[in-house]
Design a protein around this ligand. Structure first.
Ligand code: PEP
Length: 254
């Protein structure tokens, strides 16, 4: 089975003490993950090392950054490089979250550069794509997402593409409490896989984990994750409530 992933996106929430408490509560039931199940905590930069330490050697639990610079190094005050993440043994990083695209103007081309730097530093990019409401209402979601995937991923070799995790996030369902129906999620995940397949072939596209993001909650995770092309979720709000995120972890396909 493909990797099934519950990824928590804490965004810019909490402080160091709250991060310690939240992680302790989530880890308390000591959920034993199967070989193909993974839990990833995407946390603010200042908490990366403490969360990593707190997780210790728990199998299949990892910490992730939420962003990196598209530059390798240099005079970019306030930025963080992929090499810096590598030097503290971070293995995952979100790229192109819709909030980064919308509030910080990140483009598909910049995201391609970030992905290159992450791969060069042995860090798995969690590449986000998805359409805003007006595009969904006009029926343009397939074209929109296809362009995002083509412009940020299609320069990769098949070997590098295999290292990517994709998160489909319909922007209209992020932080809004609206969720895509299971049918809408499955349809878009299958479409993304078909886009990858046309360029890289079925053998490669069937290996890529595609997570669903958009108001995944404790009470809808099992249904959403149950679809054949949905390989878990990228979870914002509900990942900040320990008992909810625990239920979401338990909803991963077994
Ligand atoms: C997210 O930001 O990745 C997300 C999916 O947020 P929420 O679950 O709060 O909609």
């Amino acid at each position: 089975m493909r990797k099934q992933i519950a990824a928590a996106n804490w965004k810019m929430n909490g402080n160091a003490q709250q991060a310690e408490t939240l992680l302790r509560e989530v880890m308390e039931p000591r959920i034993k993950l199967k070989n193909h199940q993974f839990v990833i905590f995407a946390v603010p930069f200042p908490f990366l090392q403490q969360v990593k330490r707190q997780l210790g050697n728990e199998t299949n639990y990892s910490v992730s950054a939420q962003n990196i610079s598209e530059h390798a190094s240099g005079a970019y005050t306030g930025e963080v490089s992929a090499e810096m993440l590598k030097s503290i043994e971070i293995k995952y990083c979100i790229v192109g979250h819709s909030e980064r695209r919308e509030y910080f103007g990140e483009t598909n081309a910049q995201l391609a550069q970030k992905i290159n730097l992450l791969l060069k530093n042995d860090i798995t990019p969690i590449f986000c794509c998805g359409e805003p409401l007006n595009i969904r209402e006009a029926g343009g979601q397939d074209k929109h997402v296809e362009t995002q995937v083509q412009e940020s991923l299609f320069h990769l070799s098949a070997d590098d593409l295999k290292k990517i995790v994709i998160a489909y996030e319909p922007i209209w369902a992020i932080g809004t409490g609206k969720t895509a129906t299971t049918g809408q999620a499955q349809e878009m995940h299958a479409f993304i896989r078909s886009v990858l397949s046309k360029k890289y072939g079925n053998d490669i596209s069937s290996l890529i984990s595609i997570l669903y993001g958009g108001s995944v909650k404790a009470n809808n995770a099992a249904e959403i994750f149950g679809s054949p092309d949905v390989d878990g979720g990228l979870v914002g709000g509900a990942s900040l409530v320990a008992k909810d995120f625990i239920q979401i972890i338990n909803a991963l396909k077994s």
